[in-house]
Design a protein around this ligand. Structure first.
Ligand code: BES
Ligand code: MN
Ligand code: ZN
Length: 539
């Protein structure tokens, strides 16, 4: 999708369709239960009189309320050069943030491409003009920046909306928007807006890149193919990339990783991607470690047949790391980042590991395999240890790790676990920016008892209760005192239903948060460059 910026007056802009957000400025009908009136005060988000005139009858009819994602379409709007005018509702003006704006742009794309339109123009809401919300009281402080923020959100949301997962339908209609113009009427300087537009494109494309990888079925996304795709991306973006196979994994004594890989005819791959900009400080070095199980049958502890096909997305954590590294390579934050993906199948076979087997991880810890279906933590154990060995001072792992996390949090929040308060606080600020939902779960020492083994240092399955937590406790054994975050995305990596702004299928979570976080880290605490000790309070 080609994206351009224009300062033209919306009414004077020639386009297939002019899309203008409408916000409800009514204060009365929100929260106050005693007020039963449902009055709306729809405000079209432009000062362009001709647009307001063209939409006047629609507004007067009461059919347009400004409700979130409500869409009204007019053909041949009087006085406009556009062939169509779309008013798209963004909900309550006072709650409107870049989070909602991204959704509007995505919904506009999905609505218009279904009509076979190929291009349109989206008017940046006038609410944003000169109104960067920086008051410390405001809950929007992290959500609504200046006009740059609006442009970035529109472009990012549009890219995300333009992706569809129906790859292998032989009658697949290539319905896509080819060209988007973002209208920023009256803006004098467009240099910083152009940068914002590029950022939106990079972050949107990175999510789609990840979704594309996750969407592929297991026969078309083996560890080898995943590594090839990562390598190609690295070559294109200038990242250093090393790809290792089974021999190297054994040579590195990654006994936990290999124990999963040994049962499959497909070769495993250890993918290492490095963003090491010349002028970046020695520390921090952020390690992004992803679970890349390209198909999880459960192994000898085989899964029930029903729903097993979903386990093609068990590499979503790894794919998120590859997508995040792509954006990082393009945005060039002044910070060292190493992306590591442990890619393997988990299969039953005569060579597969068995329940009861004992494996020695790269760190030297011995692991009693209770359940071969608890394979994600095994590959990550060695991935995390290796990341520390490569010099990472801070670690984030992302994995579709446990069904228990889905039981706990459903498909709304990812689980997030942390061993370091400062690191967690810093990351959660990026979550507010990204809008991706994550809920913190504990890693208290008391849970450690649940992964004790009679024969080895630890077991790989803590049993029925607190399964998301005991999986995190297992990983914690391999990070030592390195500040670490673990994101369990089992419930949020794949969406069962279409949303107006995004197609069902792979969600691309948490690419957006990771990229925001890396940008934030590169800026350093309080805007200084990196600080001395890295993330957190700069100790
Ligand atoms: N890949 C699964 C977890 C999963 C479940 C991802 C649902 C996405 C949706 C993981 O490898 C797994 O099988 N975990 C087991 C662990 C158990 C055997 C301790 C689980 O959650 O049942
Ligand atoms: Mn499994
Ligand atoms: Zn798995």
């Amino acid at each position: 999708m080609k994206t351009t910026l224009s300062t033209a007056l919306p009414s004077q802009f020639e386009t297939e369709c002019l899309v203008v957000p409408v916000l409800d400025a009514a204060e009365n009908n929100n929260g106050d239960k005693s007020d039963k009136s449902d009055k709306h005060n729809p405000q079209i988000q432009t000062d362009d009189k001709a647009v307001l005139d063209a939409a006047a009858d629609l507004i007067a009819s009461g059919e347009v309320t400004g409700k979130m994602l409500e869409i009204a379409l007019l053909h041949k709007p009087a006085g406009l050069k556009a062939k169509r005018l779309v008013l798209i509702g963004g909900g309550k003006a006072k709650n409107f943030s870049s989070y909602e704006l991204r959704k509007l742009a995505g919904a506009a794309v999905r609505n218009l491409k279904a009509k076979d339109l190929k291009s349109f123009a989206f008017v940046a809401p006038s609410l944003w003009t000169g109104q960067a919300d920086t008051s410390s009281q405001s809950t929007l402080i992290f959500k609504r920046g200046g006009m740059e923020d609006a442009v970035k959100s529109i472009v990012e949301g549009a890219f995300v909306g333009n992706f569809d997962p129906d790859y292998y339908k032989s009658d697949r209609k290539e319905q896509k928007i080819d060209e988007l113009t973002v209208l920023v009427p009256g803006q004098a300087s467009t240099q910083s807006l152009q940068t914002a537009m590029d950022q939106g494109r990079i972050i949107g494309e990175a999510q789609n890149f990840t979704r594309d990888l996750v969407n592929e079925p297991g026969n078309r996304m083996t560890p080898t193919i995943l590594a090839d795709r990562a390598k190609k991306m690295c070559d294109e973006t200038g990242l250093k990339c090393e790809i290792y196979g089974g021999d190297k994994i054994k040579e590195l004594k990654m006994g936990a990783f290999w124990s999963v890989a040994q049962g499959s005819d497909e070769e495993p791959r250890l993918i290492v991607m490095r963003h090491e900009p010349a002028g970046a400080p020695e520390k921090p070095v952020l390690g992004l470690v992803g679970k890349g199980i390209t198909f999880d049958s459960g192994g000898i502890s085989i899964k029930p047949g029903e729903g097993m096909e979903k386990m093609k997305y068990d590499m979503a954590g790894g794919a998120a790391m590859i997508g995040a590294m792509r954006a990082i390579a393009q945005l060039k934050p002044n910070l060292r980042v190493i992306g590591i993906v442990c890619a393997s199948e988990n299969m039953p076979s005569g060579k597969a590991q068995k329940p009861g087997d004992v494996q020695i991880a790269m760190s030297g810890k011995s692991i009693e395999i209770i359940n071969t279906d608890a394979e994600g933590r095994l590959v990550l154990a060695d991935g995390l240890h290796y990341a520390r060995q490569l010099g990472c001072t801070h670690l984030i792992d992302v994995a579709t790790l446990t069904g228990a996390c889905v039981v706990a949090l459903g498909m709304v929040n990812a689980g997030i676990f942390a061993n370091d308060e400062d690191f967690y606080e810093r990351f959660s600020k990026s979550l507010q920016k990204s809008g991706e939902k994550m809920w913190r779960l504990p890693v208290d020492e008391e849970y450690r008892d649940m992964i004790k083994s009679n024969i080895a240092d630890i077991v790989n399955s803590g049993g029925r209760w607190g399964g998301a937590v005991t999986a995190a406790m297992f990983l914690k054994e391999f990070v030592g005192d390195t500040p670490w975050l673990h994101l369990d995305i089992a419930g949020v990596a794949w969406m069962e239903d279409n949303k107006p702004w995004i197609a069902k299928g792979p969600s691309g979570i948490p690419v957006r948060s990771l990229v925001e976080f890396v940008r934030d880290l590169a800026a350093g605490p309080d805007g200084t460059v990196n600080g001395s000790g890295g993330p957190g309070t700069g100790k």
